[in-house]
Design a protein around this ligand. Sequence first.
Ligand code: HEM
Length: 533
Amino acid sequence: MKCNDNTVGDPQLKLNLLSDKNEHISSPRPLLDWSSVPTLVLAVTLLFLIVMTLLSRTSDKHRLPGPPALPFLGTRWLFWSRYKMNKLHEAYEGSAPNRAKTSPSCHNEEYLHADMFRRYGPVFAETTPGGAAIVSIAERAALEAILRTPARRPYRPPTEIVQVYRKSRPDRYASTGLVNEQGDRWHHLRRNLTSELTSPHTIQGFLPQLNSICDDFADLLASSRGYGGEVTGFEQLTNRVGLESVCGLMLGCRLGFLGRSMSGRALTLASAVKTHFRAQRDSYYGAPLWKFAPTKLYRTYVKSEETIHTIVSELMDEVRGRAEASAQDHGMQEIFLRILANPALDMRDKKAAIIDFITAGIETLANSLVFLLYLLSSREDWQEKIRKELPSTGEIDSEALAAAPSVKAAIYEAFRLLPIAPFLARILEAPLTTFVLAHTGAACRRDENFWRAREYLPERWIEPREPHAASLVAPFGRGRRMCPGKRFVEIELQLLLAKIVQRWRVCFDGELDIQFDFLLSPKSPVSLRLVEW
Ligand code: HEM
């Protein structure tokens, strides 16, 4: 640095340097001018890409319509240019429904903005970087055929980043887990891990505890309300009730996530779960560099997976300690103790499954509750109807829920219009091996499948009006790979809705911004108003 300062200040040196430059300029040009090589390389590469693209298009005349594919990138480039990864749902279908856009006057105009389905039709193909086709379907007959097709071992394409990490940790994982395994291995896990969770008996036995969890949630909402009834950061509160209830169900005891302030552990777990889903999204739709080196994305994913593993393992150890020290709470079902006692499974699989169940249960339930309340807020009349069907206070048992069909209709309609999983992925074996995305969400918002399809009308589930393609509503999937949490979630959403509407009218100011975090999620912070009746 000092040396340069001297150079700047020394006129003789400056002159020398100038004369050096002039000598360089006047010297003869080299035989090979390397300076144009990068441009040449770029031009040849571009030419190669164009030729390959044209060849791949002309070589397959029977190809389905779809966006143009580039060699080595497939159609993924679309998600790095025309579309945003966190708005992936809009790439297929235009913007997600909101209450303003569900009025009859503008729902057709909204549909005109639908994207890839408008450009290429209700059945089209994208191409993976490896050159394989991914067929997207929003057409009723084709969807019904897929959803109906029975498969003994349905193949849902695994998330590669999860597979790669779990295979690198044989100390923790004996398999890639229920969500990502296939074939006989998946079947063995499913048979041994989910029977408790899906049993009506288990959920019925959990109902009194679930009532008390939902009461505590309503109390938390009451204490979080401002003067006008507004609750800000609502999505964080819903995450906490998701966490408390799914841990309650799996671990068999209350963990206190619904206290006045959120514990550091609950915050860390909730944020790790969000990161976990987002990293899966980015690994899937972003540049696949993480496959070649431990990129930032891969490290972020690993960190979130390890944080979840550590916290849930801690919780399991605490609960096991408590269970040994005292008599068990009769109302609670310790699913995890029964899973841990199953001799047919490797201990690593048992532990991973409990962790996966808890991870799967937090955001899914929380996001579904936000979407439900957001949509229902436009229907004050329906809230009133729900309130009239319910007992005014106290525990809500299964008889009370059975006598309130408007609760179920409100929930089912929210799942039809705004499911958190907008499509189901499958690999179909016949007639050809094909990767299919069944866009049940998009199909449910098409006017040929539902009467006033883009409007939130719970009454359609009490008195159906044609068209009414009920079989297309599949928020929990279909067939043998269907979500094992379905029964639990349905009863919990009914209880939560009932407890909220018993006390307040739900109002939303403005519209909800929705993003794709591998699941559809509300963009935070979410604010709503809970107004006394
Ligand atoms: C609103 C809440 C939830 C929704 C909307 C939901 C939705 C889904 C969907 C769409 C699938 C894919 C199904 C298919 O491919 O056919 C799935 C799978 C799964 N879900 Fe859920 N889920 C929710 C809550 C839960 C909860 C609370 C748990 C655990 C307690 C859970 C555990 C799982 C598991 C383990 C799978 C993989 C099943 C397999 O591959 O065999 N989910 N879920």
